[in-house]
Design a binder for this molecule. Structure first.
Ligand SMILES: NC(=O)c1ccc[n+]([C@@H]2O[C@H](COP(=O)([O-])OP(=O)(O)OC[C@H]3O[C@@H](n4cnc5c(N)ncnc54)[C@H](OP(=O)(O)O)[C@@H]3O)[C@@H](O)[C@H]2O)c1
Length: 315
């Protein structure tokens, strides 16, 4: 019996989420992985060329302009890649009834809600990056293509550019650092995002237009960047025997080019009730990743912060 093989086009396969998806999606169909070298997402013509060549049933779009601070001075490029490209893909995909899978961000919000964000909450991005991502979300939905847009947060993993790898580098090169302690979020291991997407795409509901929409998809629990840094440093200290001192600082003491929400926890209930996917707590996934990277678990550290009450004072 000949079984139709779903044709999947994965953009950004060399990025954090794309790398992991490249190791999950082949279970579901034939995958064409592309990145900057093959197709420039800033060029609609080259996007259309690959779309017409591959004729995908599903596009998983992880390509993105993800340098949040640099975007403040490169608004056009950020808008082109994050805002325009997703719409170009969606428009073309709609012609043959394909499914578009895309990733959006917690930076869609201004962080003033004081409780975990739902998919129906109004967005109000504080940065050029956040605005460019919302532009992309709107461009996709406006085409009427079947779509699953997963909104996630604080993505990290063993490869690419992320907070964990920056911290490990800093632990190696210095013994003191100052890290922000007034932004609360949920670090999300890119492997669980990829595996979650794989589980979802193996369900027929994923291809049912009535399931099209936004789904929050971030790890559970919460921490500040400072608390995340302390957890990383504990691993470094106990594995390399070097003492690291980390000072908590406020955003005001450590200004960055782009404004970020002070609170960006996402409520994952919709994801769970639609597809049965449960995202693990950030500390559980963090420990698994550190194990994968060859780190031994420090003794006596217990559980990293994740039992915080999920509300903060407004203002
Ligand atoms: N990282 C986060 O914390 C986070 C949080 C929420 C949502 N997201 C969203 O999730 C998606 C994937 O994130 P990620 O962390 O996996 O990002 P990533 O590691 O930066 O990967 C993005 C990939 O897109 C490629 N790319 C950039 N510009 C391109 C262009 N003009 N043409 C073709 N490819 C291009 C990048 O190549 P280069 O590396 O060579 O530039 C990279 O391989 C993005 O849409 C992002 O906005 C990320």
């Amino acid at each position: 019996m000949l079984v139709h093989k779903t044709k999947i086009l994965l953009t950004g396969h060399a990025g954090q989420i794309g790398y992991e998806l490249m190791r999950v999606l082949p279970l579901l169909g034939s995958v064409t992985g592309i990145d900057k070298e093959e197709v420039d997402m800033a060029s609609p013509d080259s996007i259309l060329r690959i779309m017409r060549e591959v004729k995908p049933d599903v596009v998983v779009n992880t390509a993105g302009y993800t340098s949040v601070d640099r975007a403040e001075s490169e608004e056009n490029t950020a808008n082109q890649i994050n805002g325009v490209a997703p719409g170009v893909i969606a428009e073309e995909l709609k012609k043959n009834g394909g499914l578009m899978v895309h990733f959006s961000t917690d930076f869609a919000y201004d962080g003033t809600k004081g409780a975990p964000y739902h998919e129906s909450d109004l967005f109000n991005p504080l940065s050029v990056y956040g605005k460019s991502k919302i532009m992309g979300d709107i461009a996709i939905t406006a085409t009427g293509v079947k779509h699953l847009i997963f909104r996630t947060s604080w993505v990290y993993g063993a490869r690419g550019r992320n907070f964990l790898l920056t911290m490990l580098d800093m632990c190696k090169n210095t013994s003191e650092m100052r890290i922000l302690n007034d932004q609360l979020g949920a670090p999300t291991w890119c492997r669980f995002l990829a595996e979650g997407v794989g589980l979802i795409l193996s369900q027929k509901e994923a291809y049912d237009p009535s399931f099209s929409g936004f789904y929050n998809m971030s790890c559970g629990g919460s921490c500040t960047w400072y608390e995340f840094a302390v957890a990383i440093a504990k691993y470094y200290e106990s594995n390399f025997g070097k003492r690291i001192t980390i000072y908590p600082v406020s955003t005001g003491e450590y200004p960055m080019k782009a404004l970020r929400p002070k609170y960006s926890l996402l409520d994952n209930h919709k994801l769970n009730s639609a597809f049965g996917v449960i995202m693990p707590d950030w500390n559980t996934s963090f420990k698994l990743l550190m194990q994968d990277m060859g780190f031994k678990e420090p003794k006596g550290i217990g559980v990293f912060p994740n039992k915080r009450k999920k509300t903060i004072k407004k203002g």
